[in-house]
Design a protein around this ligand. Structure first.
Ligand code: MG
Length: 313
């Protein structure tokens, strides 16, 4: 039976979070480290923790995603200054992990609408995957508003921390592919049409990494960059047949494993629905929110948040 819209939406949010938590202990590790340790599927124990992370602990990817989700619900829409304030409050509480780019922008003291652009003017480096990694909840929330609105929202949310349009366009593609998936369509066949709505300066690079015959070995940058990260997520989806297999394949690529698996897990969760996300992974999942009291969301609370995003007016 195909997953319902609600199953897919909850699957996207939780599916991304479990990818993040599963990949975290393997960050910056070599290719194949995950399957070397956990050779067969379904055995359990993969939410192993390590590298400073407890088993099932979600990292900055999901923490920032939750901040966006709660802002959308509490403000009843996209209030960019509010999202930026939440990011700043979180960053000031010294989370265990935070992207270099994101930290520099959030701690710059510059206003929400210029901080990322000013940082980019100086650094000329802002095409990381740090905006793409946190996109699942907003992709769910904006899906009913259609293609243009969801892609524009992705660009605005990305621009809060990333001044490079490459990061905006990658996140916009993720939003749109999630939108068509929630509607029951195949994200892989939607790539071509989605690229038509990407800024012309950025079509070629995304067309390359999203092509059906692209393989992560062909990446020209580390997968902490937005292009190979998104390309790897699509590759993992294309070459597997379940959420579990897709996320395993993503973590096994090595490098920025938590984020590549978070992006993969978000799309795969939307494709296969929450019922396909392994229970033994969600049981251990938890999302600390530094700066917001001692709050730690479990999978049930994260699922409730996702349902709220679907049913929001
Ligand atoms: Mg992370």
């Amino acid at each position: 039976m195909p997953a319902s819209h609600l199953d897919r939406a909850v699957g996207a949010v939780i599916g991304s979070a479990v990818g993040d938590a599963l990949g975290a202990p393997f960050e910056f590790g070599p290719e194949g480290a995950f399957s070397a340790r956990f050779p067969s599927r379904g055995e359990g124990g993969e939410m192993c923790g390590g590298g400073g992370w407890d088993p099932g602990e979600a990292t900055d990817d999901t923490q920032m995603a939750v901040l966006i989700a709660e802002s959308l619900l509490e403000c009843e829409g996209l209030e960019l200054p509010d999202v930026f304030r939440r990011f700043q409050r979180w960053a000031a509480a010294e989370p265990k992990d935070i992207g270099l780019q994101t930290e520099a922008v959030l701690s710059s003291g510059d206003p929400w609408d210029t901080a990322a652009a000013l940082h980019f003017q100086v650094s000329q480096r802002a095409a990381g995957n740090g905006a793409l990694m946190r996109a699942a909840p907003a992709a769910v929330y904006f899906a009913p508003y259609g293609s243009k609105a969801t892609m524009d929202a992705a660009r605005c949310l990305s621009a809060l921390t990333h001044g490079d349009r490459a990061a905006w366009e990658g996140t916009a593609i993720f939003h749109e592919l999630t939108r068509v998936t929630l509607a029951g369509d195949d994200p892989l066949t939607a790539v071509e049409e989605t690229l038509r709505h990407v800024h012309p300066d950025h079509v070629e690079r995304y067309a390359t990494v999203l092509a059906p015959d692209w393989h992560p070995d062909q990446a020209t940058e580390f997968n902490g960059a937005v292009w190979p990260c998104l390309g790897s997520a699509l590759w993992a989806l294309r070459t597997t047949a379940s959420h579990e297999e897709a996320v395993r394949a993503a973590v096994d690529l090595g490098g920025d494993t938590d984020t590549v698996a978070a992006v993969t897990g978000g799309l795969a969760g939307a494709v296969y629905g929450i019922g396909a996300v392994p229970r033994r992974w969600t049981e251990l999942l938890h999302v600390p929110l530094p700066g917001f009291g001692e709050r730690v969301l479990d999978a049930g609370e994260l699922a409730a948040l996702a349902r709220g995003l679907v049913t929001a007016p």
